[in-house]
Design a protein around this ligand. Structure first.
Ligand code: ADP
Length: 527
């Protein structure tokens, strides 16, 4: 354990011990009576000791002050008018030394103004002389309750402080002017802040990531009737050191009773290890899929040689067996291709090479391509036109893959004699492509899950349809990488409509970055 680590643990241990001691040390309240009149002092002592309180007496302000300097009292009964040192002076000293002591003013001259003045300076209440034992008892009881409530709040605060300080997640709270009001050691470490006190400083001086500052701005600007947790991923790698930490940042506004935003809370969670694991997993899947594809393709080619009778006559039975083997191998090729696509999308290799495309032309060619598969199943596949939408700024291969999956599925999951219709239109600034079928439909509880990798609806109707459960996951990720979204409207027995929304070319942003385009294999059978 390093020195800084051990000293941190020691400090945390001490904090917890101090807190526990504070709670266990709570015995009866200690009371100090400061009054120059002996009969008042003694009267108070008699009444209060009978109640079981621990009472100390001081015959003047100066003596009282010395006692207060030596010891903490929970409640102080304080005469305002004393010859040696005025009660007001004592009050000021007590507030500076022990702000949590509860002060009750007693004075023969207690005019209302004097008492109000004393309460303005921090006294809890006042009791005018002469007072009855019952009046004193009642007031002391009230003061004790107040003192307990204040102590409970202080304990609670200390518990929360210890808890927040021990969290491994970073926590920072700001007020509405973006000044730091709380930042735990984990947050300061993740932000790389090494100066002394962060509290009171502008958040931008503590956290240099612009993304976090923008989240704080957005949280503070959030309307009172809306509540949303803002989430972003922060890649803290520098230009030199690409493999820097990756943090998940969440930010919410906090509000007063009237619903006004009075500050923000930002939580940072280190997801570097998770990200690394994910990358390793994607790389592994890519590698395995890639390595499996070549031998599978060569097996397929060799089976074809046998099936074509190039190495001798093949009996009908042999032909059937080899044919079925070839079909299985084709499904494996398809699975490995789709796994490879998904792994590439997950590792961020989704194409950035985009172009402005005429959608009508693209839809036309895709519908023409799948016509043979539709006809083989006696399904009517049509492009309902004319398609008069503005151009779209996308990666051609990616959009072709989206359409291939949706049209292919519509054909697969629609029985003979059905219809599949493709349309495109503008809707609220988005370009919307619909692939509609009147096939078997999807149950409401499965509609969200079909976009999850490997999820396939299992029922009597789908049992014999070959698939990997990856197509729609790929569709979703490609569409989202183009700043769009995909959804399904479906009713079992009536059919499904898959809707792809893409920003039109002028809103999509002309991303000039050039990376390798996502390579999509074409050898997936469209079942
Ligand atoms: P796959 O088709 O390879 O199983 P997908 O990810 O493309 O995988 O689809 C996931 C599941 O969603 C399918 O298994 C199927 O149950 C359901 N599904 C997809 N498209 C349709 C559709 N047009 N009609 C009915 N069900 C569909």
């Amino acid at each position: 354990m390093s020195f800084s680590n051990s000293s941190r643990h020691l400090r945390e241990g001490l904090e917890i011990m101090a807190e526990k001691m504070a709670v266990s040390n709570r015995s009866g309240p200690t009371i100090l009576v400061i009054d120059d009149e002996e009969h008042v002092r003694e009267g108070c002592r008699k009444v209060l000791t009978r109640e079981g309180y621990e009472v100390s007496l001081a015959a003047g302000g100066d003596i009282g002050l010395k006692m207060i300097e030596r010891q903490h009292y929970d409640i102080i009964l304080l005469d305002l008018m004393m010859p040696s040192l005025s009660g007001f002076d004592v009050l000021a000293h007590v507030k500076a030394l022990h702000p949590d002591s509860v002060i009750i003013v007693i004075s023969g001259y207690a005019t209302l103004e004097n008492s109000i003045e004393a309460m303005k300076k921090g006294a809890f209440d006042f009791i005018p002389k002469p007072f009855s034992p019952e009046q004193l008892r009642l007031l002391i009881k009230k003061a004790i309750e107040y003192n307990r409530a204040m102590q409970d709040i202080a304990d609670e605060k200390s518990r929360i402080r210890v808890l927040i300080n021990r969290l491994t997640d970073g926590v920072m709270a700001t007020d509405s002017s973006k000044q730091v009001v709380l930042a735990n050691p984990a947050f300061l470490a993740m932000a790389g802040y090494r100066d002394a006190a962060a509290v009171g400083r502008p958040a931008s001086e503590v956290m240099h990531q612009e993304q976090v500052m923008s989240m704080i701005d957005r949280a503070l600007a959030m309307p009172g009737d809306q509540f949303q947790e803002l989430t972003e991923e922060l890649d803290c790698g520098s230009e030199k050191d690409q493999a820097g930490p990756v943090l998940n940042a969440r930010c919410i506004p906090f509000r007063d009773r009237a619903g006004r935003n009075i500050g923000t809370i930002t939580v940072l969670h280190d997801i570097t290890a998770l990200k690394q694991m994910d990358r390793i997993k994607s790389d592994f899947v890519s590698m395995v899929s890639h390595e499996i594809r070549s031998p599978l393709n060569s097996i397929l080619a060799q089976i074809k040689v046998v099936l074509d009778g190039l190495v001798g006559e093949v009996t009908p039975q042999q032909h059937e067996i080899l044919g079925r083997a070839a079909e299985k191998i084709k499904s494996l090729v398809c699975l490995s291709s789709e796994l490879l696509d998904l792994a590439r999308i997950e590792s961020g290799l989704i194409s950035q090479e985009r172009e402005t495309l005429n959608l009508a032309e693209l839809l036309d060619s895709q519908v023409a391509f799948y016509d043979a598969a539709a006809q083989a199943k006696k399904i009517r596949l049509e492009l309902a036109g004319p398609v008069t939408v503005p151009p779209v700024f996308v990666n051609r291969r990616n959009l072709e893959e989206v359409l291939a999956n949706l049209i292919g599925n519509a054909i697969s999951y629609t029985p003979q004699g059905g219809t599949v219709t493709v349309t495109a239109a503008m809707e609220e600034g988005y370009l919307r492509i619909n692939v509609q079928d009147n096939g078997m439909g999807i149950a409401a509880e499965d509609q969200e899950r079909i976009f999850t990798p490997f999820f396939r609806v299992k029922n009597d109707q789908t049992r014999f349809i070959i698939g990997t459960g990856l197509g729609l996951a790929i569709v979703k990720r490609i569409v989202e990488a183009h700043h769009g979204f995909v959804r399904v409207l479906s009713k079992p027995g009536a059919g499904s409509t898959f809707q792809v929304y893409l920003p039109a070319a002028d809103q999509g942003g002309h991303n000039s970055a050039t990376q390798d385009p996502l390579f999509l294999y074409d050898n997936c059978p469209t079942s």
